[in-house]
Each structure stands twice: as C-alpha cells, then as structure tokens.
Design a protein. Structure first.
Length: 106
C-alpha cells in the first residue's frame, strides 16, 4: 500500500514538473513588454554606463532579479525597478525573460 502511494506521489510530482517546464514564457509578448524597458536600458537592451544590459541573460536569473526588485530584496537608487515590477505578474516576467534571453549582449 505504501509503495502505491509513493508511486502516485512521484507521478504527480513529475507531472507538475513537466507542466512547469512547458509553461515557459511567450517571447512575442515579451517583446511587447520590453518596449517599456527600452526607456532606461536602451532600445537594444544593452544598457549604458548608468544602466545595466538586460539582453542575453539566463531566463531563470532574469526572473529571479525581477522578483527580487518586486519584493524589495534588491533595490536601485531611484526605485525605478520597484515601480516597474510592482504590476508585473510572474507570467509577464517569464515572457520578458523569454524574449530578452534571445537577444545578443555585447
């Protein structure tokens, strides 16, 4: 009986893991959302002396950073990222990451 429960639990965990991986981000929607990023990070997302590049970053790292800004765990001098991220959903963050990760960085 315990073996059946373990197999059932393991199956559920694997199904959930697969669905999370398949969810991913929508690069096309991310491109639309990234237009606002261009005001500070530049149209190409490559930043400048004052603002970091956001292109070519690992998707998971990018999402982690956005979540840190949203939670206040990471800050910037004028709290621009806090204001920007406060209305972003996790799906928005995934979409942005999916798009920006495809762009080449310098």
């Amino acid at each position: 009986m315990l073996t059946r429960k373990l197999i059932f639990a393991a199956t559920l965990v694997l199904m959930f893991a697969v669905s999370v991986v398949q969810a991913g981000g929508d690069s096309a929607r991310g491109k639309e959302l990234a237009q606002e990023c261009g005001m500070c990070h530049g149209e190409d997302g490559k930043g400048n002396d004052e603002v970091p590049a956001i292109t070519g970053l690992d998707e998971a790292y990018f999402i982690e950073q956005l979540m840190a800004f949203k939670s206040g765990g990471r800050t910037d001098e004028m709290e621009m990222m806090l204001m920007y991220t406060e209305d972003l959903s996790e799906q928005d963050m995934s979409d942005l990451a999916a798009y920006l990760s495809t762009l080449e960085s310098d």
